[in-house]
Design a protein around this ligand. Structure first.
Ligand code: URA
Length: 408
């Protein structure tokens, strides 16, 4: 087989066989295919697409590149969820304890954020002592006993996706639907759950920018799930506006605790929807009954109690959680109605403060970020505080940094 012939075939819009895909992708993982040739093929795939049969082949090649777990052999009601990435999205920290309170098992392997979307692992690492590198045995024992554990994605889980995702990130090939579908589903299938909910984020702060693409991705995720006999549901949610008022790692942990205390906000609504879907899939329950049950574990404090148990099981010292001491209020330069809060703009401001990594070797400041005081539709007066900035290092601001909030 010849790499040039394979790149040319895809460049001409032809379908690749399982063996051709395996030759290139496994060759890349084994360092036999260089970055530039892999990048050329990824670009040809991004432009010309892949058939469902090619996508199933690629998913299979991804899965076989690492370890595969089957949790359903050792526990009941195994669920998993994945978000395609957003701003202010601390959902996992809320839905994990909720699922555990409802008798579900969630073994969550999460990633770090790169670029502007935050990763769950970075958020929990803002809690002093929190251990995301627990052993495989500790991880599964905790899921069995407590119902929820969180670990940093091991190198053994779909290593091929890790390598390819890093290359896609720097070659303008992140938005290909077949590549996204095989990347997500290979990890979910290898992680071993049989009930999977995928939250597809759409909007300025997300990888997927429009609803048509989100619907197409949804169809592909479900079809791959069917091929592997997994119960897959998707929800499509807005990411034009940040999901919560907090953007920044320790601020988002505080916000997750507020939601577990019952604070009503879009993040609360989103978590109820996700947990209700997981419960209804796993326990074959009517969705409206599942919604009532999901709200109950917030109201009766069980989910909050599970959250504290989960943090201390992974050695986190929540009492030592810190937010930056310098708080700078930002006031409205005019009165009116809040017409937009752009997620991408909010994430850029948080990044400027040091809340996320722009390059792999950057250090994250877990304590900095923004706390929004307003939501779209609010009426405000001139000089009202529209957000508070939590900062440590000196930062030069300009009006442009705050244009993500529209007032008319
Ligand atoms: N999330 C993933 O895991 N992979 C993608 O390709 C996109 C979002």
């Amino acid at each position: 087989m010849n790499i040039l012939d394979i790149i040319t075939k895809k460049k001409n819009g032809k379908n690749l066989s399982y063996d051709e895909l395996k030759f290139v992708f496994n060759g890349y993982l084994n360092k036999e295919i260089p970055d530039y040739q892999m990048s050329a093929l990824l670009m040809a795939i991004t432009i010309n697409g892949m058939s469902m049969s090619e996508t199933l082949s690629l998913t299979d090649i991804f899965i076989r590149s690492g370890e595969v777990y089957d949790l359903t052999k050792v526990m009941d009601y195994v669920v998993d969820k994945h978000s395609t990435g957003g701003v202010g999205d601390s959902t996992t920290l809320i839905i994990g304890p909720m699922c555990a309170s409802l008798g579900l098992h969630l073994a969550k392997m999460s990633g770090r954020g790169l670029g502007l979307t935050g990763g769950t692992i970075d958020k929990v690492e803002s809690i002093p002592g929190f251990n995301v590198n627990i052993t495989e045995e500790e991880f599964f024992t905790q899921v069995n006993n407590l119902g929820f554990a969180l670990s940093s994605q091991t190198a053994n889980l779909v290593p091929l996706d890790k390598a390819i995702y890093a290359l896609r990130d720097v070659t303008g090939t992140t938005e290909s639907i077949p590549l996204i579908a095989s990347s997500i589903m290979s990890k979910k299938i290898a992680a071993g759950a049989d009930n999977i909910l995928i939250d597809i984020k759409v909007g300025s702060g997300a990888l997927i920018k429009n609803y048509a693409d989100a619907e197409k991705l949804s169809e592909w995720l479900i079809s791959i799930g069917e091929a592997y006999k997994r119960n897959v549901r998707t929800i499509i949610s807005d990411m034009d506006t940040p999901l919560s008022y907090a953007i920044g790692n320790s601020l988002e942990v505080c916000e997750a605790i507020n939601v577990l205390h019952g604070k009503r906000c879009p993040l609360y609504t989103s978590c109820i929807e996700i947990v209700a879907n997981l419960l209804s899939m796993a326990k074959n329950m009517d969705i409206s009954e599942a919604e009532v049950r999901a709200e109950q574990v917030i109201k009766n404090g069980e989910a909050l109690k599970k959250f504290y148990e989960f943090v201390s099981a992974q050695n986190g010292r929540l009492k030592e959680l810190e937010v930056a001491k310098t708080i700078v209020p930002v006031r409205a330069n005019r009165g009116g109605i809040i017409t937009k809060i752009d997620a991408l703009g909010a994430a850029k401001l948080a990044a400027k403060l040091g809340a996320s990594k722009m390059h792999l070797d950057d250090e994250i400041d877990y304590t900095v970020g923004l706390m929004l005081n307003v939501k779209v539709g609010d009426t405000i007066n001139k000089d009202d505080v529209i957000l508070n900035i939590y900062m440590n290092k000196p930062v030069q601001f300009s009006q442009k940094d705050f244009d993500f909030i529209g007032i008319e």
